[in-house]
Ligand binder design. Structure first.
Ligand code: ADP
Length: 318
């Protein structure tokens, strides 16, 4: 292993830059030549590849987004597209590839490794929807962004004695809603992993009012959908003014938290070590406080788990 490359793919996440920096600097420190690929798999197919040195990654640890840019690439979903990408890597003399992204990007990396390319995946996604790892890079930052928004909404909804429904990201995974709901003291948390009943929700809101609650904060994961409709429905049923706030893409941006920077740095360093050990088709994760590597097929086949214990605590606390 003499020359490796790094790319970011799919949805961006705060901390991707810290991960790129770690791959580049640890790689160089261990005697490797490190290349950057722009625009994910799309840039790989098009040969958008350049050499990175220690200075290329100066002053980026605190920045959100990704200096390598990211993209979604339909061509890569075809065998022909992946063969082109594998050829480009061969032409550039690249022996190993680090893919920073979510489950879609990991599927791409897994298929590329079947063509003989040594690949290692780093989990860069705000959703925390990869079961093999306790945390993904970007989740903690997104959580804190949501928390900041909740704190502000709480002020105004208390003043107006309103119900506030906050829709956060998470199509299949309710972790952002669950963790932000607990941290922000939400009265109700609605996630795709658990059924919810709108009549029960309205009952909770009304009994809260009778107990003297001046506001009501509801966290809704986008996978459940329809914050606006839910707000309308709750307002009609309870007679209490109800507002929906959809946080959207602001959850993807911002300076990464210390937690995400350290996680990305440790995972980036581990990715280089794994390639140097001659392993391929691996993903890096965090398990019980340790940075580990796992087979990509096994990691992707683990069913999504939901933190029932935390969900029950949230119910008790509301
Ligand atoms: P994320 O990595 O954040 O989950 P996507 O699901 O959009 O984001 O995937 C990012 C890219 O990974 C896609 O644009 C595509 O190039 C590649 N990819 C996703 N799914 C597959 C697949 N089934 N086969 C091959 N490549 C895939």
């Amino acid at each position: 292993m003499k020359k490796i490359a790094v790319l970011t793919s799919g949805g961006d996440a705060p901390g991707m830059n810290a991960a790129i920096r770690a791959v580049v600097r640890v790689g160089i420190d261990k005697g490797l030549q490190v290349m950057g690929v722009r625009r994910g798999f799309s840039g790989l197919i098009n040969g958008e590849i350049f050499e990175m040195d220690r200075h290329t990654v100066s002053d980026i640890i605190q920045r959100g987004g990704t200096i390598l840019r990211t993209a979604r690439c339909e061509e890569f979903k075809t065998e022909e597209g992946r063969k082109k990408a594998a050829n480009v890597l061969k032409v550039f003399g690249i022996d190993g590839l680090v893919v920073i992204g979510g489950d879609g990007s990991f599927t791409g990396a897994r298929l590329l490794s079947k063509l003989g390319v040594s690949t290692v995946g780093l989990p860069g996604t705000i959703d925390n929807d990869l079961s093999y790892t306790d945390y993904t890079i970007g989740f903690d930052t997104a959580l804190n962004t949501v928390l900041d928004a909740i704190n502000k909404l709480r002020d105004t909804s208390t003043s107006h004695e309103r119900v506030s429904i906050v829709e956060v990201m998470g199509r299949h995974c309710g972790d952002i809603a669950l963790y932000a709901g607990v941290a922000g003291g939400a009265e109700s948390i609605i996630v795709p992993e658990r059924d919810f009943n709108v009549d029960e929700l309205c009952k909770t809101i009304l009994s809260g009012r009778l107990k003297g609650k001046m506001h009501n904060l509801i966290l809704l994961a986008e996978g459940v959908g329809g914050a606006e409709e839910l707000a309308k429905h709750v307002e009609e049923m309870t007679g209490i003014e109800t507002r929906a706030t959809i946080l959207g893409h602001i959850q993807r941006g911002g300076s990464p938290t210390a937690f995400d920077r350290v996680l990305a740095s440790r995972m980036g360093a581990k990715a280089v070590d794994v390639l140097l050990e001659g392993k391929s088709s691996r993903v890096i994760g965090s398990k019980d406080g340790k940075i580990v590597d796992e087979d990509i097929d096994e990691a992707l086949s683990i069913p999504r788990s939901f933190d029932e214990e935390l969900y029950q605590i949230a119910i008790s606390l509301s």
